[in-house]
Design a protein around this ligand. Sequence first.
Ligand code: HEM
Length: 445
Amino acid sequence: MLLNPLNGRLRQHDGFPVLPGGFPLIGHLPAIVTALPHLLRCAEREVGDHFWLDFGPGGLALTCVHPDAFTLFKNKVTTSQLIEEVAPEIMMGSLVAQDGDLHRQVRSAMNGAFIPKGLAAAEIGPLFASIIEKRVAQWVARRSIPLLEETRDLMLSLVFRLMGIDASDVPQWRKKYGTFLQLIIAPRIAWPGTPLWRGRRARAWIDTQLRGFISDARAQADSRGLLSLLVRSFDESDDPLADANLIANLRLLILAGHDTTASTMAWILIELARRPAIWAALTEEALRMGAVPTTPSELGSYPIAEALFRETLRYHPATTMTPRKALADFELAGRAIAANTRLCIPIIHLSRHAQIYERSDEFLPERWLGRKEPIRPPDMLQFGAGPHVCIGYHLVWMELVQFSVAVALTLRKAGLRPQIVGNIDKGIRYYPTAHPTSRLQIRFA
Ligand code: HEM
């Protein structure tokens, strides 16, 4: 693990241990980026349930690896505003970093479009099914694809279609978002050529495009799509929000809507390639159903594809951590937390916690099959919970079931199977976003 061998001393900060091994300026970031699950488990074993992680430019965050950390999502004495402090260049002005009335106003402007009824009314299902099927057919014809690059391009295309945006240069957007994301871990040096400078230029490029889309949407008052809906509900609200706020939220929606899902999509293909029994069960289900589902209400007829989606996300959560800040003193897992403490919810650790999931270290899609009880909040903790629970949950569920079924049908018809080219265990990244190595290829053979 990438820890500083010269920093082995355990020191205390505000009554909690600071994990040893941090580097000057960049803290534990090298280990967070490349080995987060291992880092958290070692820390739990060596220093206990509560410890400070050093996010370098993002500062220290008290990380609680006890299952009670899940309660932070609904805790009324914590705020999400820390997200803006930790990643001001990325999250400033977006709903994920806001609380109370401002959050409610923006969230309610968006909510309708993302619930199953909204998705069905906007006919997102048939639209996405046809784009996914076409893209999977192209991949299969190529026989081999760079996995992450392709899933990101596909997801960006879907997000733009969801928004009703006609974005022609998707690979350019993918590159700009990649550079923009580096702003989370970029050292605070803005000289030309540094990651901070390049990230800001990428953000300026993204914002210029978004401004253009917004003015197009205003010019065509009758246009459809999520973007027009958002522009209208922002413009018509009792307390109209500034364009800067609209842009910040659109930037976040495009980021949240493509990066996380592309990573999960990539992991689904990897798991299908390395687990023949799951591949057999999925293809059997897909052939029996005969087509890709096109509405949220049909998803229940694809239990294997749904189980694959849930287990892939549990095993490889696309959002690994999220911050909060204490507004007042409170207790967490038996320890007193003081007001103003910066906290980290380690989603990736909870996602494989033995007290939350049985046989938590095993990849077992069957855990989701034949359940009598409905999905409860801890079952989908990979999407958060409480007021900030992921707005895209129903959309992702549909997209990833559609994707799995499209892959199974297309490959089965061609008599092919996915195969991995490259080392899966090398190059996995956990922060700022989580994904398998970008060097991995998938071959259809
Ligand atoms: C596998 C895919 C996804 C995962 C794992 C995921 C995960 C999450 C998590 C954990 C949160 C809560 C963050 C917090 O409480 O601090 C969140 C919030 C959010 N997600 Fe997702 N997400 C996914 C896909 C999407 C998609 C497809 C969209 C939209 C197109 C989206 C839009 C959002 C938005 C706007 C928020 C902020 C909601 C609020 O603050 O009220 N996400 N997501």
